[in-house]
Design a protein around this ligand. Structure first.
Ligand code: C2E
Ligand code: MG
Ligand code: MG
Length: 475
């Protein structure tokens, strides 16, 4: 049948229909029929934002749901399976009898659900739990049963930063932070946003940014803490410790920035640089002084340590027997073949390997003979415990006698007082390190310190010190 020309009214109706179609297409996700991110935010703003009184108590709760396995499923089974799972989960969400809500699909693996009438945290928690429970049920696909790892972040509008806009975007940002915390907790879990969380997330971002620019901008430097022989009180070497200082953040402790560098993967670059810089500086020292460099477990998992050590030694011309690597128990916990192979390769290169922070964590003595350690470093927490815990001294005695049995040298860390020095020397620790003997110092402070150890008067007006020459007098 030939199309009859449309009259004016019909034409207008058609245009309106078409406009509605276009609007729907641009605001809904084609797979699930849920709102797209932009449309969700617009709708959510209309439902919760009170523009006339932005600082007032705002109603509503936003729950963000992350289906963590979607990228893995898409990667292994194909995009169509990922889409199938998301459709199945959307149907379940739609079938749930939830309080009045607005649903959106934010990205491939993220849903957001706004509940304009939930203001009670307990109610928000119950709702998040119910959603997780429903979404965790297996999804059948062909003959397989796919179980999704799901996490939820809960943000109450009432907790929105009063300085910020307090709109749906900031509510979503809060839920985003909460979901990250839930993921860190592992398993199917939920977490609530709270302002302290936001503060720590911002600090983490600031430290990460500083780390990213740290090497180029000179924010990061190696410091060196002296280590002494217990019997003779002679200097035997230094432990290299990383320091970071920025104009904005001031000094940041390695206890804070090393874990951030590890989580972000930056430790590979920083660790390689630390090895090289410590070797470069140590190559100017007398040849009987060693330098100990801390190695993160992540560097072993990445399998880069041997190459990094090899390069650092080659570029600095430092003899391998002057380099010692400090590793913590978590590096050897996995007891994998790869770690064993790397240890043997490092031993082959001629470096010493010290087990650091012994006395914290598992402190299993079996590591001492399973891995080719040359030294054991007793953690300072253990030394400090001697003052308050009488059994600590007995345990230290046992550790020292086991170490002696397996031919290991022992360093006691964190010696802060004369009494601790005397007790540890008396117990037979070979080396001592701590604030009692010296703080970590910068590269520029080293020559003066070394001279003080050598007991040689400075040449008047001369800052240039030939340490190798001085070394011959030290021995
Ligand atoms: P660690 O390897 O056990 O280093 C010893 C820590 O104890 C250092 O803290 C040192 O300044 C501190 N210390 C030394 N003597 C005393 C003392 O008498 N009293 C007290 N209270 N503390 C003392 P720092 O420099 O803050 O480093 C903390 C940790 O960060 C290190 O523990 C190490 O695990 C890690 N770290 C530092 N630099 C690096 C690095 O270049 N790479 C890696 N992967 N980790 C590093
Ligand atoms: Mg150490
Ligand atoms: Mg230590």
């Amino acid at each position: 049948m030939a199309n009859l020309p449309l009259n004016q009214e019909e034409l207008q109706a058609r245009v309106r229909e078409l406009e509605a179609d276009i609007e729907r297409l641009s605001t809904t996700d084609s797979l699930t029929g849920l709102l797209t991110r932009a449309a969700f935010l617009t709708e959510a703003n209309q439902r919760i934002y009170l523009p006339t009184n932005p600082g007032s108590h705002r109603p509503g709760t936003l729950i963000e749901v992350l289906v963590r396995d979607i990228p893995r499923i898409t990667g292994t089974l194909g995009r169509h399976v990922g889409d199938y799972v998301i459709s199945a989960l959307t149907s379940r969400l739609n079938l749930m009898s939830l309080p009045d809500n607005v649903k959106g699909r934010l990205s491939q693996d993220q849903f957001a659900i706004l509940f304009p009438n939930i203001t009670d945290p307990l109610m928000a928690m119950t709702t998040a739990k119910e959603i997780l429970e429903v979404l965790q049920q297996p999804v059948d696909w062909l003959d397989r049963s796919l179980v999704m790892d799901v996490a939820a972040g809960v943000a109450l509008a009432a907790d929105c930063d009063s300085e910020g806009e307090g709109d749906a975007a900031s509510l979503l940002h809060n839920a985003d932070l909460a979901v990250k915390i839930a993921v860190q907790r592992g398993g199917a879990n939920y977490a609530f946003y709270n302002p302290a969380l936001a503060k720590s997330a911002k600090r983490r971002m600031d430290v990460l940014n500083a780390l990213q620019q740290g090497l180029e901008n000179g924010y990061i430097e190696m410091y060196f803490q002296p280590v002494f022989e217990a019997k003779t009180s002679k200097l035997v070497g230094f432990e290299a410790l990383m320091r970071m200082k920025t104009p904005e953040l001031g000094s940041v402790s390695p206890a804070e920035f090393i874990p951030i560098a590890e989580e972000s993967g930056l430790i590979a670059k920083l660790g390689a640089w630390a090895l090289f810089d410590a070797c470069r500086i140590a190559s100017n020292w007398p040849s009987h002084l060693t330098v100990a460099v801390n190695i993160s477990p992540e560097q072993f998992y990445a399998g880069t340590v041997t190459t990094d050590v090899h390069h650092a030694l080659q570029l600095s011309s430092l003899p391998a027997n002057q380099l010692e690597l400090e590793v913590t128990e978590s590096s050897v916990l996995k007891d994998s073949e790869s770690i064993q192979i790397q240890f043997l390769a490092l031993q082959e290169l001629g470096c010493g390997i010290a087990l650091d922070d012994f006395g914290t964590g598992y402190s299993s003595l079996s590591y001492l003979w399973k891995f080719p350690f040359s030294k054991l470093k007793i953690d300072r927490a253990f030394i400090a415990a001697m003052d308050s815990t009488p059994v600590a001294k007995g345990i230290l005695e046992t550790i020292l006698s086991v170490a002696k049995h397996v031919g290991l040298k022992v360093t006691a860390e964190g010696i802060e007082t004369k009494e601790q020095q005397e007790v540890l020397a008396g117990l037979g620790a070979h080396f001592l390190q701590g604030f009692y003997f010296g703080q970590p110092m910068s590269e520029s402070e080293l020559p003066g310190f070394l001279l003080s150890q050598l007991d040689i008067p400075r040449n008047n007006g001369s800052d240039i010190i030939d340490l190798r020459l001085a070394a011959s007098r030290l021995r």
